[in-house]
Design a protein around this ligand. Sequence first.
Ligand SMILES: Cc1cc2nc3c(=O)[nH]c(=O)nc-3n(C[C@H](O)[C@H](O)[C@H](O)COP(=O)(O)OP(=O)(O)OC[C@H]3O[C@@H](n4cnc5c(N)ncnc54)[C@H](O)[C@@H]3O)c2cc1C
Length: 235
Amino acid sequence: MANPVKIKATVKQVVKHSDAVVSYHLVPQGRVPKFHAGQFLHLALDAYAPDTQWPESRVFSIASSPTVRSHELAVTLAVKGRFTARIFQTLEPGSECWLKLPYGEFLFPPDRHLTLIAGGVGITPYLSLLQQMLEEKSGQAVTLFYGVRSARHYLFEDLLSRCMTALPNFSMTLYCEDGSLPAKKGILDIDAIHAAAPDASLFYLSGPPGMIHAFKHRLSNLGVDLPRIRVDDWE
Ligand SMILES: Cc1cc2nc3c(=O)[nH]c(=O)nc-3n(C[C@H](O)[C@H](O)[C@H](O)COP(=O)(O)OP(=O)(O)OC[C@H]3O[C@@H](n4cnc5c(N)ncnc54)[C@H](O)[C@@H]3O)c2cc1C
């Protein structure tokens, strides 16, 4: 795994998905180390100078493909508390911020069936994998189960449609709580997800802490060994 490096970046584009969810496309001003899909970075707003303390930061999944790292890094965040509100108010095209990367062990082996489970903004750690799979025309077997509250919360529809069209072994089941999308009505159903998965599939959990804990517990009760359950814990 590459050693984390600190680099300045310039905001190229800001995409507001809703009042509270926004993507930032950043152009790195230095060499970006190799990273893997599923890893995360630290984002700081205050200037960093070498040999000084790293400023306050928060961590976000890298939402862009590792293959474009020399000219683009993206993050998608939900405005939740003080720091994400500050990011939302501060960063606009042309703004600068500081990044520290790569971190994390939420990795996707290329030779296994992957069952990806995303609740809401928990879709973000899968975005770099899906973009990389599109670029490589990957034949890896990947099944995504994505739960959203309503049509307004359905993120990255275009990317997900492209995956369904272009990737031969990718499929997605969408769950929508209020029925405002052509999808399964209601919340993610871990028993149905488990029943649909091949025997050796790896289960990835990303979403609200309550969902992660409940699903991990249930998968374990259904006989899935802990090494086959991978969690992106945002707590
Ligand atoms: C591996 C990982 C990946 C994540 N990926 C994403 C993502 O892709 N998108 C997304 O929206 N969120 C992601 N998160 C959550 C994100 O890092 C923030 O924790 C979350 O957005 C909380 O909002 P906030 O920082 O605005 O809240 P705040 O109210 O500013 O902070 C919430 C709490 O974090 C604590 N805290 C953590 N670090 C510090 C610090 N340096 N200084 C002070 N307090 C601190 C404090 O206890 C504080 O009360 C991820 C978290 C993890 C661990």
